[in-house]
Design a protein around this ligand. Structure first.
Ligand SMILES: [Zn+2]
Length: 118
């Protein structure tokens, strides 16, 4: 007969299941719950450039080649507006998303994406 290993929690003399880590009854255990590792989202590597064409000399920071995901773009735009303290908007074109920030925030935006892709 094959001996099947018993994966059930060990029990204390009173029949309570014991935590495999701290050996306390599970009801009294306060070990942190280990969450299963979430798959890391693919890094966002946008094309960040300044543009002043057709804007009466006003410069805007364009963040292009973003995922075409309105919720994601909304969050990113909000975060970038807070980070730069400037106005901004986003729009979805055929296959990608674009964020437009008022002013020259290229450096700031590059840093921001470096940070969130860590
Ligand atoms: Zn425990």
């Amino acid at each position: 007969m094959i001996d099947i290993p018993d994966f059930v929690y060990a029990k204390d003399p009173h029949g309570n299941a014991l935590c495999p880590r701290c050996r306390k009854p599970v009801a009294q255990c306060d070990c942190p719950v280990v969450e299963p590792a979430k798959p890391k989202p693919p890094p966002i590597r946008p094309n960040i450039r300044l543009d002043r064409s057709g804007r009466k000399g006003k410069v805007v920071t364009l963040i292009e080649a973003l995922p075409k995901d309105e919720l994601c773009l909304k969050d990113l735009t909000k975060a970038l507006k807070v980070k730069t303290g400037s106005g901004g908007t986003f729009y979805v074109t055929e296959n990608t998303g674009t964020i437009e920030l008022q002013g020259d925030h290229k450096k700031c935006a590059v840093e921001y994406f470096k940070e969130i892709n860590k």
